[in-house]
Design a binder for this molecule. Structure first.
Ligand code: PEP
Ligand code: MG
Length: 598
């Protein structure tokens, strides 16, 4: 057996026989007689018409599938209509008197070279759309394979597609009833094909390097879209184990589906608000699809993952915030101001891989000039962000959140910069709406003084990722101590209780947006501690809702009271799992803690 590891971009497991699709073009060149030049041009134009028809058809199909990914194909139609590709190819046919395929290849290479020069990694990646359009034109020039679905007509159901590159339009045309998943040599998490795969619920791995050269057609392969593992010719027991895991997954997925559109209310009628943590715009799609009650944490520093700090002008930011607010309206969007350190400001995006909260928290300089501290030291940058946010606030329900605040002075200073931003807008003749302001409670000093913050803010949001590591003095990146990073530590639970009481005493709304809320074992305990508003990664929302609907808040309050008197994590965990019983077993098919407790 051989194991290759790439980037898992769409979770789920696929086992089947490999079908290979190689898209790398083989292009011939030959001269055409002067009298045939017009025919070659006509072939290009016909290919353009056909391609446009196909793209419109793909767009309609994708949109029918309740996905709003149709815009991906609008971009491709625009590329088709843009003179940069086709007019360039026609020009090559006429000037050099060569066949249409060769001219198209030449035009594509010219355009690719322009994209390669672009510094912005997001825009550079859009070169893939141009390649996709060029591939479709090539196909429609009449050589090689027939278009789209026809291509896989005779493929056995349950196959696994292994490819050098799967372009978005090809992915949208593949008959996924035939394929259980796909793996490709190229691609990234943000490439449109990955987005499509998640939306179609097709297990997928990208960025495998040379998988298409290693896998023989017809060999048995296993794809794990969560871990990014591709197994080639696995042994029988390996396949059996994977099958069992796949069955658990499928069962879990079926039960989650139902909870997408169901409100989160406990068995005894307590309504819980579940919002989404958002990093990149694609997350919004999932937030909406999974029925989030709003965006509880937009990590705005992820704007820097696609736009360099120098290019992040007020207008560019305004557009990004406006789009998000408009899209979520009338639901609230909580934007956290930049939480970066100095080094990340210069080295972004390399300084921060796209990662979930844990990664983000880990890669920042832990105790230095970061987040609100850095913004107060770089007031221009801070004011620019706040101006952009205040302008965008007109388009939806914005809430402003300041990260990594350690004392009231920082909050007051940040508010002063917010006031400056509002005055600046007024000077320009624009109105600055009043926006609710909150702080993250993620440093122990802020937790201890939560009552002071509760008096001065409109809301509080607990960041358990940082709060736990600083409360317990555990650097999670240090493997020798990472087992001490323990959300169920009595100190963490007591701290949470303290914050809940402080907020309740002042009547200040309180949310929790750290990873702790995504854990189906911990979420009921958090409800028992008195929390009713959570924000989590969108993919965790259906499971969270399932758990909430099955527990009773009154029971969880009793459990919380009991565990708050316990001395060790082990005792607390045992009691919690025993109290949750079936609820949590159903929600966590792969959880060792739960297996261990039975
Ligand atoms: C946290 O610290 O819990 C949090 C939500 O923020 P981040 O993970 O981005 O530090
Ligand atoms: Mg944090």
């Amino acid at each position: 057996m051989q194991r290759l590891t790439g980037i898992g971009v769409s979770p789920g497991i696929a086992i089947g026989r490999a079908v290979l699709l190689l898209q790398n073009p083989l292009v011939v060149r030959f001269p055409v007689k002067a009298g045939r030049v017009d025919d070659e041009v006509a072939r290009l134009e016909r290919a353009r018409r056909l391609s446009e028809e196909q793209l419109r058809e793909i767009k309609a199909r994708v949109t029918r599938g309740a996905s709003d990914l149709g815009h991906l194909f609008d971009a491709q139609i625009l590329i088709l209509q843009d003179p940069m590709l086709l007019a360039r190819a026609i020009d090559v046919v006429r000037r050099e008197q060569v066949n249409a395929e060769w001219a198209l290849q030449r035009a594509f290479e010219d355009v690719s070279a322009i994209f390669d020069e672009i510094e912005d990694p997001y825009l550079r990646e859009r070169r893939g759309d141009v390649a996709d359009v060029a591939g479709r034109l090539r196909m429609n020039l009449g050589y090689g394979r027939s278009a789209g679905r026809e291509l896989f007509r005779d493929v056995e159901e349950g196959s696994v597609l292994i490819t050098d590159e799967l372009t978005p339009s090809m992915a949208a045309q593949v008959d996924w009833t035939k394929f259980a998943g796909f793996a490709s040599d190229t691609g990234s998490r943000t490439y449109h094909t990955a987005i499509l795969a998640r939306s179609l619920h097709v297990p997928a791995i990208v960025g495998l390097g040379d998988a298409s050269a290693r896998v023989l057609p017809g060999s048995t392969v296993v794809i794990d879209g969560a871990t990014g593992d591709l197994l080639i010719n696995p042994a029988e027991d390996e396949i059996e184990a994977t099958r069992a895991r796949a069955a658990r997954w499928a069962r879990a997925l079926r039960s989650y589906e139902h909870y997408r559109s169901v409100p989160a209310v406990t068995g005894d009628g307590l309504a819980i608000s579940i919002q989404a943590n958002v990093e990149l715009p694609d997350d919004l799609l999932f937030a909406q699809e999974y029925g989030a009650d709003g965006v509880g944490l937009y990590r705005s520093e992820f704007l820097l993952a696609t736009i360099s700090p120098d290019a992040l002008s007020e207008d560019v930011q305004y557009e990004a915030y406006r789009a998000m607010l408009q899209r979520m309206a009338p639901l609230p969007v909580t934007v956290r101001t930049f939480d970066v350190d100095e080094e990340q400001l210069v080295s972004w995006p390399q300084g921060l891989e796209r990662g979930r909260a844990a990664t983000a928290a880990r890669s920042r300089g832990p105790l230095g000039l970061r987040a609100i501290r850095l913004m107060l030291a770089r007031r221009d940058m801070f004011r620019t962000q706040l101006c952009a946010l205040l302008r965008a606030a007109r388009h939806g329900r914005l809430r402003l959140l300041f990260p990594f605040v350690s004392g009231i002075e920082e909050l007051r200073e940040a508010r002063a910069v917010l006031k400056e931003a509002a005055e600046e807008l007024e000077r320009r003749g624009e109105t600055a709406p009043a926006v609710p302001v909150g702080v993250m409670i993620e440093i122990p000093s802020a937790a201890v003084t939560a009552d002071l913050f509760a008096r001065e803010v409109d809301f509080l949001s607990i960041g358990t990722n940082d709060l736990i590591q600083y409360s317990l003095a555990v650097d999670r990146t240090d493997a020798r101590v990472s087992r001490l990073y323990e959300p169920l530590h009595p100190a963490v639970l007591r701290t949470l209780r303290h914050i809940v009481r402080a907020a309740a005493h002042q009547g200040t709304p309180l949310a929790l947006c750290g990873e702790m809320a995504s854990d189906p074992v911990l979420l009921p305990l958090l409800i028992g501690l008195g929390l009713t508003e959570f924000s989590m990664s969108p993919s965790a929302i259906p499971v969270a809702k399932q758990v909430i609907c099955q527990v009773r808040a009154a029971n969880m309050r009793r459990v919380a009271q009991r565990v708050l008197r316990m001395a060790t994590v082990e005792e607390i965990e045992r009691h919690l799992l025993a109290s949750l019983g079936e609820v949590v077993r159903r929600a966590t098919p792969d959880d060792e803690r739960v297996d261990g407790a039975t």
